[in-house]
Design a protein around this ligand. Sequence first.
Ligand SMILES: [Zn+2]
Length: 348
Amino acid sequence: MDSSSTEFSIAGIPVGPGETREIYLKVSESYLSGSVQIPVTVIRGREPGPTAFVTAAIHGDELNGADIVRRLIFDIDHEKLSGTLIAVPVVNIPGFLSQSRYLPYNRDLNRFFPGKKKGNNAERIAFRIFREIVRKCDFGIDLHTAAGGRMNLPHVRGDMTHPRVRKLARAFGATVLVHQPGVRGSLRREATDAGVPTILFEAGETGRFSNKVSLSGLRGVLNVLSDMKMWTEHDPKRPPFQVIVKASEWIRAEKGGILDLEATPGELLYEGDLVGSILNPFGRTVTQVRSPVTGIVIGVTTAPLAIPGTGVVHVARLKKTLPWVERSMKRAKKRKAALILAKSKAKS
Ligand SMILES: [Zn+2]
């Protein structure tokens, strides 16, 4: 969608080339009869180009994306942008206000896209977002964190068999790309099916900001905008390696107790490696949790307690790519060590 020649508006509010507008998009009403409105920043570049959305906090307690969007809005200048950026720091307003993942009636907004005009509350909200934002775009990035009680390695999810989704995912620059088209009703799945290829960024944990996650998310979004020729002010850096993984699984506790976790996001786990120990209240080991697979840790629990079935570590399986990932990780470690050494020499 060429943004130079056509009229562009959200909620009936026009945004001209070389303009930035802060718009409140009404999506529902509250129990107090007030409007439920989503804050939307539209940055329309002076030059023509694609239209993209970046959304955060579709799950109301996944806050880190809001910080990424904040930094993004600060960085992008309509004078130098080609195309249009629609930035939404908080999609799920009721969830954000109550610090919950869900909409009222415990509905997960990310299961109701593309929505229905006369549907239930979640469907109506999804419908407004889909019509006013998603359908006006050429591609999108949806920012998430792990669900409550879990922490994720920054990674990208999407339908990696879809060439345009794969291109976006690769450009984002995360090391791990998980092939997961998403369930029916999820924004990334429905947007992609509607011709708006969309990727999902997963990083960090609910209820907090992490500077590291914000930086990696911001860098990823800017990498994509730069790859799409929308933003040339950014110098994209390639990750030390990049793998597409097709299968991931949770290693689960078989016994109840206090969890002493050993695994950390981003590390390589080999079949049989110790993931953590489960202790009884006397501090004695009840059992050791070992990895049944070889792969890279993409998520861990942050809860100190476990019962049979508790997901402890989320592993993306590596098979053919394992030797290459091992080599790339070793190289990256060496480079980092050399950099630290050079810095400490420069100081002394
Ligand atoms: Zn989420």
